[in-house]
Design a protein around this ligand. Structure first.
Ligand SMILES: [Zn+2]
Length: 114
């Protein structure tokens, strides 16, 4: 039992079962995400190996580009970042989550891949 409660049974027992079920569901979701991440990493690595063989790209150039992409949001944190487009109406940055302008509310089509 993950969350033992004094007395057992009754309302506390139901809450306990709900909590255990939520933990099991979260663990299953994490395991699935790990599998998907492993598969995605494998594909990216295979693409990189193909690209190296068929181009002039080197590990050094790739590492420089990873650093440059990491820096696109102004901080080196090892995380990708989506650089917002600017609003065609008010020129302020557009939300990358909603593709809409916080200030004038217009929705725009995103023109960047990442
Ligand atoms: Zn705007």
């Amino acid at each position: 039992m993950l969350f033992p409660m004094a007395g057992g049974g009754g309302q506390g027992g139901k809450q306990n079962n709900d909590a255990n079920m939520a933990v099991r569901n979260a663990k299953s979701e994490i395991a699935l995400l790990r599998q998907e991440l492993d598969r995605t990493t494998l594909i990216v690595q295979a693409l990189w190996e193909l690209l190296k063989k068929r181009s002039e790209l080197t590990e050094e150039k790739m590492l420089e580009m990873i650093f440059a992409v990491d820096m696109m949001d102004g901080k080196v944190d090892g995380k990708p970042s989506r650089i917002p487009d600017n609003c065609p109406q008010c020129t302020r940055p557009i939300s990358v989550a909603t593709n809409s302008c916080f200030f004038c509310g217009i929705v725009v089509e995103r023109k960047k891949v990442f």
